[in-house]
Unconditional design. Structure first.
Length: 620
């Protein structure tokens, strides 16, 4: 703890709320108490601090689990490379804790924010309301003295006394402030006998879907509260969350190891206090849906839900929330079910009240202040025009993709790629060679113990959790879409002895196969032909022969089923052509596309390939 202590700041605040620096390690507050401000660069694992911090968190007007010592410590443990903790603690004359501001700075040390902003539904300064202006002023002055030019406080409850305190004290610190709406957190008030009695939506539909899922076994809620009961089911919950996002064409935050570490650390810490509740909705041995949530001071938090996509048509997540609200309403201990951040439509069907949060920006730069306001005004104007918003989002995605390519391939290769794309649009010629994988087995290299497994949504989710490469993640999203839309295609993955997926491939009937490289459907050589396509090895594993092994294994499996197996390669992909020919394959035919300003002609011909003499092996 002592090694992390940086400084004690001294400021005197009179009853009018104005301040002036004074010598010494104390600040004189408007309420007349002598207080010392301590700044730490890490949260010490100290039992006394934990107890005092949580006592303060429980004493604020609307206490939240996100304000606790445990939550901040879990963030620090999980994101050491992302956040640089800056913890401001105020101690009174008896050395008791009377103020906590859990903050973090960026890598450059120029911007500060709430430490828990990316994980907590609500973030705030902790102190008594009457002390809040003095505490906020002391913290802002400390940040300014450290050279921090910008402060962003997001997920700040609009009804918090901190909002007024920031407005009053920012000018005294030479800061310009701007506040805008952040989120409307939907809530279910469980007030008994009042106008806000919870009403479950769609009761008939709910009962019908529950009856369908209860055909074999009753649907029940299983609440895991201790770490010993949470640990065995946490991995399954995370994989299900990633799978659900993939199915919808998105990447779950749980694909990142830091997020998974955070949920593990948080579960351990909150379970000790009895605040954690990981709820599973089950039917027999089947888990239909999950909610990683909390029970804290009369509120049940709907924090991170998910469900098994196999039961999607029964709306298991909706059913789980309905049963959870029903259970909370029957327990006099609870007065609220908080549905948290996010404007999902299903929440509105349950909510009978909302709690708004704010995004508050403080900066010493007039230019930055004006840009912040201008960006917000433009963004709000665009949101009122859905078509314009969709177009701008698509352009931003293209720009992001271009920047990633520039970062990974370099400016020279990126310019060559852009030139080829432009030439292909105006006037281009593309040629694709088709090879038949017929026996005897091609002479392809083998390395290590691998096995071929069928791709499903859970496998793609597990693969996503192994990846960080943006291009590979985009590929996995494409695979998930294909699972949903192309029932003729079968995905196969090569897994090594450690369970890591080292290569992916797809196969489907040749008949009706649309080749995007040619922008045309290629005629099938025979009714029993299948084609191998969209093969991919993660970038970090290329050059180890996994592609060759996958081709071999897939071809052998298909031939046992009496199928003729085909694979193709663009003629311009010289490494692929060389690798296939080194394996003993020769093209059976080629398809050529001629294009000019949107017009195209596709011609099939017998392939006459000049066999390259390169000495490199099969390294795709």
């Amino acid at each position: 703890m002592h090694s992390a202590r940086l400084s004690a700041q001294a400021v005197e605040i009179d009853k009018a709320g104005e301040s002036a620096p004074v010598a010494g390690p104390h600040i004189q507050l408007a309420i007349g108490a002598s207080v010392r401000l301590e700044v730490l660069r890490e949260i010490p694992e100290d039992l006394n601090l934990r107890q005092q911090w949580n006592r303060l968190a429980l004493a604020v007007p609307r206490p939240q689990v996100f304000y606790t010592y445990e939550w901040a410590l879990a963030v620090q443990r999980a994101y050491p490379a992302t956040f640089r903790t800056l913890l401001c603690l105020a101690h009174d004359a008896s050395n008791s804790l009377c103020g906590v501001a859990a903050l973090a700075t960026d890598a450059g040390g120029k911007c500060a924010s709430f430490l828990c902003a990316t994980t907590g539904d609500y973030c705030d300064f902790l102190s008594s309301p009457e002390f809040r202006p003095a505490f906020v002023l002391a913290v802002l002055k400390e940040l300014r003295q450290r050279g921090i030019e910008e402060m962003v406080f997001t997920n700040l409850p609009a009804d918090s006394p901190t909002v007024a305190a920031v407005q009053v004290t920012s000018n005294a610190c030479g800061l310009r402030s701007f506040a805008r709406s952040a989120y409307l957190c939907a809530q279910v008030s469980l007030s008994r006998g009042g106008d806000k009695d919870p009403v479950l939506p769609g009761k008939k539909m709910l009962r019908r879907r529950l009856n369908t899922m209860e055909r074999e076994h009753p649907v029940e809620l299983d609440h895991c509260r201790s770490w010993s009961t949470v640990e065995p089911v946490l991995a399954e919950f995370m994989q299900s969350h990633v799978a659900r996002f993939l199915r919808n064409g998105r990447i779950s935050n749980m694909m990142r190891p830091e997020r998974r570490t955070f949920l593990v650390e948080l579960a351990k810490l909150l379970a000790e206090q009895g605040w954690l509740v990981l709820t599973r909705m089950t039917s027999g041995d089947r888990v239909l849906a999950w909610n990683y949530g909390f029970q804290f001071r009369g509120t049940w938090f709907w924090y991170q839900p998910t469900f098994d996509m196999k039961f999607e048509k029964y709306s298991p997540g909706f059913c789980l929330l309905a049963k959870l609200v029903e259970e909370a309403a029957a327990d006099p201990e609870f007065h609220t079910v908080d549905l948290g951040l996010g404007a999902e439509g299903y929440k509105d069907r349950f909510a009978n009240q909302t709690r708004p949060t704010l995004w508050v920006s403080l900066t010493s730069s007039a230019a930055h202040h004006v840009r912040t306001i201008a960006r917000y005004r433009v963004s709000e104007a665009i949101k009122k025009r859905p078509k314009a918003e969709k177009f701008i989002r698509s352009q931003l995605e293209l720009y992001g993709s271009f920047r990633r390519r520039l970062r990974t391939a370099g400016i020279t290769q990126t310019c060559l790629w852009a030139g080829k794309r432009l030439r292909g649009i105006v006037a281009g010629r593309g040629e694709v060679f088709f090879y038949e994988l017929s026996g005897p087995e091609p002479k392809m290299p083998s390395q290590g113990d691998v096995s071929l497994v069928r791709i499903d949504l859970n496998l793609l989710a597990a693969a996503t959790m192994q990846e960080s490469d943006e291009d590979m993640l985009s590929y996995l999203i494409r695979c998930a879409r294909r699972l949903k839309s192309d029932h003729k295609a079968e995905g196969l993955a090569l897994a090594d002895r450690n369970g890591r997926f080292v290569h992916f491939a797809w196969i489907r009937p040749f008949e009706g196969f649309y080749l995007s490289e040619l922008k045309a459907v290629v005629p099938s050589p025979s009714s029993d032909s299948v084609i191998l396509f969209d093969c991919r090895t993660p970038a970090s594993l290329r050059g180890r022969g996994f592609y060759a092994q996958a081709v071999n294994l897939v071809a052998a499996r298909m031939r046992k089923e009496g199928k003729r197996v085909w694979i193709f390669s663009a003629a311009s992909n010289t490494s692929s052509v060389r690798g296939l020919e080194r394996a003993g394959l020769r093209p059976s035919f080629a398809v050529v596309r001629y294009g000019f300003l949107g017009w195209q002609r596709v011609v099939q011909r017998n392939a006459a390939v000049v066999h390259p003499s390169a000495s490199e092996g099969f390294s795709i």
